[in-house]
Design a protein around this ligand. Structure first.
Ligand code: SF4
Length: 214
């Protein structure tokens, strides 16, 4: 088990050998660092790490994430960009697509309901359907990924995909992905609001699940 989230030492932030990594620090483990370093020898991985550093340094505290994505694409000389979005954010998707097109990107947009696949096709029971007695399209995130794979996009942007649907999308995408927004229906797609308020208005965050939560 790695203890990074509970660490007070942060030896990884310095090259000072007098700062000893704490017990449970992953830096005491073997193999994983060698594997990671070997992966950075790959030209594409190395280039992406360099681009990420460039964007971080150049626009630090100035650029919004949306601007960072556009500038990342420009710096990488990407042309074909996928935008996989949730039907609940289709207005936002249109604005984002227009913005990206202004940066001379070819934007391939695909909404989660594309394909119009009934939830019953994957054995989603009535108890888990919003409209149990009628057709209800599922979020077809594997379909979104496959469509963008066919378009040979160079980077895919996730906009508000649901928990789990985003996992399936990421699992099936061939191109690298970045997340513009994570869906949070309750908090206006700002999931960290729950964390920021956890010492004041949202103390339930510190409690575990209810006993009847399965
Ligand atoms: S890598 Fe080690 S030193 Fe760095 S935060 Fe994790 S436990 Fe702490």
């Amino acid at each position: 088990m790695s203890i990074c989230a509970y660490c007070e030492v942060h030896a990884c932030l310095t090259e000072d050998e007098k700062v000893t990594p704490p017990r449970g620090c992953p830096m005491h483990k073997e193999n994983w660092q060698e594997k990671a370093r070997a992966a950075y020898e790959d030209h594409t991985n190395r280039k992406m790490a360099q681009l990420a550093a460039h964007v971080e340094k150049t626009g630090y505290r100035e650029w919004t994430r949306l601007e960072e994505i556009a500038r990342f694409c420009r710096r990488a000389a990407y042309r074909r960009v996928g935008l996989a979005f949730c039907s609940g954010l289709r207005r936002e998707a249109r604005i984002v697509a227009r913005f990206l097109e202004k940066w001379d990107l070819d934007v391939f947009t695909v909404m989660c309901k594309a394909g119009s696949v009934d939830k019953r096709c994957v054995d989603i029971g009535a108890e888990d359907r919003m409209r149990p007695d009628e057709f209800e399209p599922m979020c077809n995130s594997i379909g979104q990924a496959e469509l963008l794979n066919e378009e040979e996009t160079e980077l895919n942007i996730l906009l508000g995909l649901c928990v789990g649907h985003d996992s399936l999308f990421l699992k099936h995408c061939e191109a690298p992905c970045t997340i513009l927004a994570a869906k949070d229906r309750r908090l206006g797609h700002n999931p960290l609001a729950a964390v920021y308020l956890s010492e004041s208005y949202y103390r339930p965050l510190h409690e575990g699940p209810d006993s009847d939560d399965s």
